[in-house]
Design a protein around this ligand. Structure first.
Ligand code: FES
Length: 79
């Protein structure tokens, strides 16, 4: 499997809404980070869709190397 592009080495805080579905970019090529804009098409990556269970602020991964997709787990510190 190809390595995703490192979009940024810091996470981004996002306010998610309960019941809303989000598509987290896994390839690192999207211009709408941290979310998918379709740039993965034709490559090995697909976005990660998730539904927020509650309305809250979350830190989403921008380096695309987290072990807890799509949330920051600190992996960016080792890149
Ligand atoms: S930004 Fe990717 S693990 Fe923190």
């Amino acid at each position: 499997m190809a390595d995703p592009k490192i979009y940024d080495k810091v996470p981004v805080k996002v306010s998610v809404e309960a019941g809303k579905t989000y598509s987290w970019c896994t390839c690192g090529e999207s211009s709408k980070q941290p979310f998918c804009d379709g740039s993965h098409r034709g490559g090995p990556f697909v976005p990660l869709k998730f539904e927020a269970s509650e309305s809250k602020d979350v830190w989403l991964c921008n380096c695309k190397h987290t072990k807890n997709p799509g949330y920051c787990d600190g992996s960016h510190k080792a890149l």
